[in-house]
Design a protein around this ligand. Structure first.
Ligand SMILES: Nc1nc2c(ncn2[C@@H]2O[C@H](COP(=O)(O)OP(=O)(O)O)[C@@H](O)[C@H]2O)c(=O)[nH]1
Ligand SMILES: [Mg+2]
Length: 354
């Protein structure tokens, strides 16, 4: 599983600058709307210092971090759902993502044109919110005739129809689907519609370089993550040692990427577990609450299907005892079965049989 995050926002707020810095692969950042016509997709390693410690112990051939996929989504402007700009083209790119990350312009640079003529974060947020809600209204309205037909023949479809009507009413009142009081059953019934406003959201405030510590207003009830796309772009040009120096000089403890990924993990209820040995030390992503076989399945479906047990040590025990062998000797290597709930940082070795 690789977590996928769509980056949205009005033109010229710094989406592509941030995307390019995050993925460090020289996409284009231009001072005019719609520079990003094709969706840009980039895989980004999840920063995790624990991996380096595992590598020190096991000396593996490779160190493989977990990854997050970022998608730079262009074309969301006021009226996009009515065909303005690139029209509805943004929809297809956004549907497949697990979460939406909206970049909001707080930086003041007068040389960078603002599509609405002035920097006004909260108004920009409203514009995007409206477009996403309008897109969802169109989706539900399009599905309704089919759902009505199905509900006449099939009892199970009645629940779907009712849920769709309920969500449509909420959307029409200007609420995101996610903020409506939907039961788990209703959410499940709506899953097939892939509503955009049902996705978890994260706001990034793209602030001036000297404003990274400044307090920010809440946005739609959420606390935005302050990032300077410009600082991230500078960081992306540096090697690791230079980047560390630069961060320190800026008074920052970590890069915006690290902060962003951490926030996204928390938002989505995700955590990491590790596998480590002489071939590789590797981080994997699972939802909090996942059981051992599900974690095994992230590595390979055979591991899940033929799951027998997972030899497991906490990250701390693994390091304190110098690895798997040491953990076995001190009784810190637990034999966990199929009901074991994986904990963040677990170092796991799966036994399976297919
Ligand atoms: N001063 C300043 N300029 C920025 C920042 N982020 C982006 N820009 C500039 O704003 C313009 C548009 O950025 P871009 O990333 O292409 O915006 P997008 O349309 O949202 O993808 C470019 O000229 C960037 O160099 C920032 O944090 N500070
Ligand atoms: Mg762009």
């Amino acid at each position: 599983m690789s977590l996928s995050i769509g980056i949205v926002g009005l033109p010229n707020v710094g989406k592509s600058t941030l995307f390019t810095a995050l993925t460090n692969k020289g996409g284009l950042a231009a001072n005019y709307p719609f520079a990003t016509i094709e969706p840009n997709v980039g895989m980004v390693p999840v920063p995790d210092a624990r991996l380096d410690e595992l590598a020190k112990i096991d000396n593996p051939v490779k160190v493989v971090p977990a990854t997050v996929e970022f998608v730079d989504i262009a074309g969301l402007v006021a009226g996009a759902s009515q065909g303005e700009g690139l029209g509805n083209q943004f929809l297809a790119n956004i549907r497949e993502t697990d979460a939406i990350c909206e970049v909001v312009r707080f930086f003041s640079d007068p040389d960078v044109v603002h599509v609405a003529g002035k920097v006004d974060a909260l108004s920009d947020v409203e514009t995007i919110k409206t477009e996403l809600i309008l897109a969802d209204i169109a989706t539900v309205e399009k599905a309704l005739p089919r759902l009505e037909k199905e509900a006449k023949r099939d009892k199970a479809a009645v629940a779907q129809l009712e849920a769709a009507k309920k969500v449509l009413a909420g959307l029409n009142e200007g609420h995101r689907a996610r903020t409506l009081d939907l039961t788990e059953d209703e959410q499940e019934a709506l899953y097939g519609l892939h509503l955009l406003t049902m996705k978890p959201m994260l706001y990034i405030a793209n602030v001036d370089e000297d404003q990274l510590d400044a307090p920010l207003p809440q946005i739609d009830g959420l606390t935005p993550v302050p990032i300077s796309a410009k600082v991230e772009a500078d960081l992306a040009e540096l090697d690791a040692a230079e980047a560390a120096e630069y961060l320190e000089a800026m008074g920052l403890s970590e890069s915006g990427l690290a902060r962003l990924v951490r926030e996204a993990y928390a938002l989505l209820g995700l955590q990491s577990f590790f596998t480590s040995g002489e071939t590789e030390s590797r981080a994997w992503t699972v939802p909090i609450g996942a059981k051992a076989p599900q974690a095994a399945g992230v590595i390979h479906s055979d591991f899940e299907r033929g799951f027998i047990k997972a030899e497991t040590a906490s990250f701390e025990d693994y390091v304190a005892n110098g690895g798997e062998k040491g953990c076995r000797e001190t009784g810190k290597l637990r034999q966990e079965g199929k009901d074991y709930v994986v904990q963040d940082g677990d170092v796991m070795h799966f036994k399976f049989n297919v």
